[in-house]
Design a protein around this ligand. Structure first.
Ligand SMILES: Nc1nc2c(ncn2[C@@H]2O[C@H](COP(=O)(O)OP(=O)(O)O)[C@@H](O)[C@H]2O)c(=O)[nH]1
Ligand SMILES: [Mg+2]
Ligand SMILES: [Zn+2]
Length: 304
């Protein structure tokens, strides 16, 4: 029996890379079951498996360190596993063409925190930035670095700081996210010229339409490791936050919250709230607080 990692899944067929990097096309026997999960797909990219290379059959699923899910459909209670065993999540953002809203960044980071997956922010297209946009990019870098996140400023097309990104990807499984058009495919192509992924907003649009029900793919990076591209999937998919816990996933808010007067303070309008005080004193970035409140109130509606 060989050990391998699933690098592509189409629902019924699985592409498995063994420890030498050789590729095997495999399937699951009809009776293959994974106990305790209610998912439409028992095996996902990133899964470690044992398989029989002669028959091309996946025999066992090895324990997962983590996995991320989305609901199979809006009406369904079943969920689909997007990927398993993720080491880190990279969010590609841009200040211009298109401008990524900070609330989008904050939701992504909060979800990564909830999954306990380290997150990194990559600010791309710096070659396009004038003085004003560069100041904005530096402010974003500063705000998130102070919270404790790693932030890189790059240009995928001009080859600026790409070695740093390549280094951070080495020997890890990385989920790559970001709005359409920020340069994810361009970045991956630069890091692994063998990939030749389609780039440009038009092909991207097509891909999103086409792949809505499909599965993500893992691409090898040159010096070892894999990047999971998630066409048509927004970041981590959905997560059902418990509204009382959302602030746990904003590290700088969580750190300060232990000093609030009430142990169950939601940092809305409670007396003796140190979080609001810190926002007023600019110790907490006001946009981060607004993102938190926005998630909190949205959740509120959902649970009413
Ligand atoms: N000027 C500039 N354009 C870029 C950069 N990275 C990507 N682009 C362009 O942005 C568009 C969208 O890139 P793409 O990789 O398809 O974005 P994706 O939707 O995130 O995969 C393409 O026209 C790229 O050539 C960059 O660093 N600088
Ligand atoms: Mg793309
Ligand atoms: Zn408070």
């Amino acid at each position: 029996m060989n050990r391998g990692i699933v690098i592509k899944s189409t629902g019924s067929r699985y592409r498995v890379a063994d420890e030498e990097g050789n590729i095997h096309e495999c399937f699951l026997r009809g009776r293959f079951r994974v106990s305790g999960t209610r998912t439409t797909n028992p095996v996902a990219v990133g899964d470690h498996v044992t398989f029989d290379p002669g028959e091309g059959v996946i025999v066992t699923l090895l324990p997962r360190r983590n996995y991320i899910i989305r609901r199979a459909s809006n009406l369904s209670r079943e969920s689909q596993i997007i990927a398993a065993n993720i080491d880190q999540a990279f969010l590609v953002i841009t200040v211009k063409m298109p401008a990524t809203p900070v609330e989008f960044i904050d939701r992504f980071l909060a979800t990564a925190e909830a999954y306990r997956i380290p997150a990194v922010i990559i600010i791309n297209k710096t070659d396009l930035y004038g003085e004003e946009e560069m100041a904005r990019a530096c402010l974003i870098k500063d705000v998130y670095e102070k919270i404790g996140y790693r932030v890189m400023m790059i240009s995928a097309t001009e080859d600026m700081s790409l070695a740093e990104v390549g280094e951070a990807l080495r020997n890890r499984i990385t989920l790559l996210s970001g709005n359409s058009g920020v340069g994810k495919s361009t970045l991956l192509n630069r890091l692994n010229p063998g990939l030749s992924l389609k780039t440009g907003s038009i092909s991207d649009y097509h891909e999103q339409g086409k792949h809505i029900t499909s599965f993500p793919e893992m691409h090898p990076v040159e010096d070892g490791g894999y990047v999971i591209d998630t066409p048509g999937i927004r970041g981590f998919g959905v997560i059902d936050f418990d509204r009382k816990e959302i602030y746990h996933f904003f590290p700088e808010i969580f750190r300060i919250s232990s000093g609030c007067r009430f142990y169950n303070c939601l940092h809305l309008d409670e007396p003796g709230c140190l979080v609001r005080e810190a926002v007023a004193n600019d110790e907490i970035e006001p946009w981060r607080y607004r993102s938190y409140i926005s998630m909190l109130l949205e959740d509120n509606e959902k649970y009413r």
